[in-house]
Design a protein around this ligand. Structure first.
Ligand code: PLP
Length: 403
């Protein structure tokens, strides 16, 4: 038995009420909630050893530096990166993607091709479009199929010796589809292209293995994995991080500075200009420890039960369409007849149920289905079947009021 009641006690926010009703939080794909142990780590940092890192000889600075670098090693181990300095702290997934896209602007030339999947979050589309404008590279798209998966045969046809870079999310935030990234990486490598995987939506459910995947870049955000906002990681293979130019200039990323010439620091500091989110990095490490103590296999298994239960209950509702029906994480994106998703979201909120409505930063997917958006319920390991029952009852009420 998955100890969900014990786990729920770790999350203070789950005790609160919203609009006079107990909170049912089903917006985990947008951000996850924070356990006490992570909140305590944040309070501990600011109460006891807040100091700038790497530069100070004084004790507090060294303590903070040690804790921050310990967090990097925890993250390295979690992602099974070969080297700790292949983990670059970022402000989050979006930041990590922009770092790579900006670096590639110096490596691409006119006519080079880069490939994106149709299932991407805007943050894994727009930086590449900007890159194409700057370099004259051409953006190609792996199309999607009706069931919310990628058309892998079409991907084969897009690949050529002109392909320099392929980027795709590990899991789609809008639909929950788990993409065949191992296959995508192998195929891209067979034509000599590098691969960036957006792991923002996968990392709350799956423990990804950098060396086994043989991926070139992988990005994630702490706030979707029970950590704080404003911190994340870019994993990059050493050879790629060496090749890419620094993203920002400033303190911390230099070796020597004169007005004639500056030499850059080695990895990871080359990509970590300025004072980072020290507390956030440390708290991210604590969040991963917390999740690993529960175990990602157990988390995925339990969430899968919630997904099945929720799907069955929703399918009983007349006129309801679920988008994305193949191999996925605990995300259910749906619409009901002609009712606008926003209206459903507003009524659910009045009844204490938090879901997301709209295009989920993935307008191309909505265009594919010819819909303005969906209602998205996304479950985490601290959710329960009882909460799904409350959600279903609230949804039926909303449908009655709106039709
Ligand atoms: C949330 C999300 C992002 C953006 O993450 P930020 O933390 O906002 O930078 C990108 N891609 C996917 C798949 C996501 O789920």
């Amino acid at each position: 038995m998955f100890p969900v009641e014990k786990i729920r006690a770790d999350f203070p926010i789950l005790q609160r009420q919203v609009n006079g009703k107990p909170l049912v939080y089903f917006d985990n794909a947008a951000t996850s909630q924070t356990p006490t142990i992570v909140i305590d780590a944040i309070v501990d940092y600011y109460s006891n050893y807040n100091a700038n890192i790497h530069r100070g000889v004084h004790s507090l600075s060294q303590e903070a530096t040690d804790k921050y670098e310990e967090a990097r090693i925890k993250i390295q181990q979690h992602f099974n990166a070969e080297k700790a300095y292949e983990i670059i702290f970022t402000a989050g997934t979006t930041h990590g993607i922009n770092m790579v896209a900006s670096g590639f602007s110096e490596l691409l030339k006119n006519g080079d091709e880069i490939i994106v999947s149709a299932l991407e979050h805007h943050s894994n589309i727009v930086p590449w479009q900007m890159l194409c404008e700057k370099t004259g590279a051409i953006l190609k798209v792996i199309p999607m199929l009706q069931n919310g998966t990628l058309a892998m045969k079409a991907f084969d046809q897009l690949l050529s010796e002109n392909t320099k870079l392929v980027f795709c999310n590990h899991v789609s935030n809008a639909l929950g589809t788990i993409n065949p990234i191992k296959e995508i990486i192998e195929k891209a490598h067979s034509v000599g292209a590098a691969v960036l995987i957006d792991g923002a939506q996968a990392t709350p459910h799956i423990k990804p293995n950098m060396q086994e995947l043989d991926v070139d870049f992988y990005v994630a955000s702490a706030h979707k994995i029970c950590g704080p906002t404003g911190v994340g990681i870019l994993y990059g293979k050493e050879k790629w991080l060496e090749k890419l130019p620094p993203y920002q200039g400033g303190g911390e990323m230099i070796e020597t500075v004169t007005f004639e010439k500056t030499t850059y620091a080695g990895l990871p500091h080359k990509f970590e200009a300025g004072t980072p989110n020290i507390c956030g990095g440390i708290a991210f490490g604590v969040a991963l420890d917390y999740m690993n103590t529960i175990g990602f296999d157990k988390i995925a298994n339990y969430e899968n039960q919630l997904l099945q239960y929720g799907t069955e209950k929703l399918q009983e509702i007349e006129g309801l369409t679920i988008y994305g029906t193949s191999n996925k994480t605990a995300v259910i994106s749906f619409n009901i007849k002609e009712i606008h998703p926003y209206d459903i979201g507003v009524i659910l909120d009045k009844l204490g149920v938090a879901v997301r409505t709209g295009h989920h930063c993935a307008q191309p997917i909505m265009n594919f289905y010819k819909i303005p958006g969906t209602v998205r319920a996304s479950f985490a390991f601290y959710n329960t079947k009882e909460e799904i029952d409350i959600f279903i009852a609230a949804l039926k009420k909303a449908i009655m009021m709106l039709s």
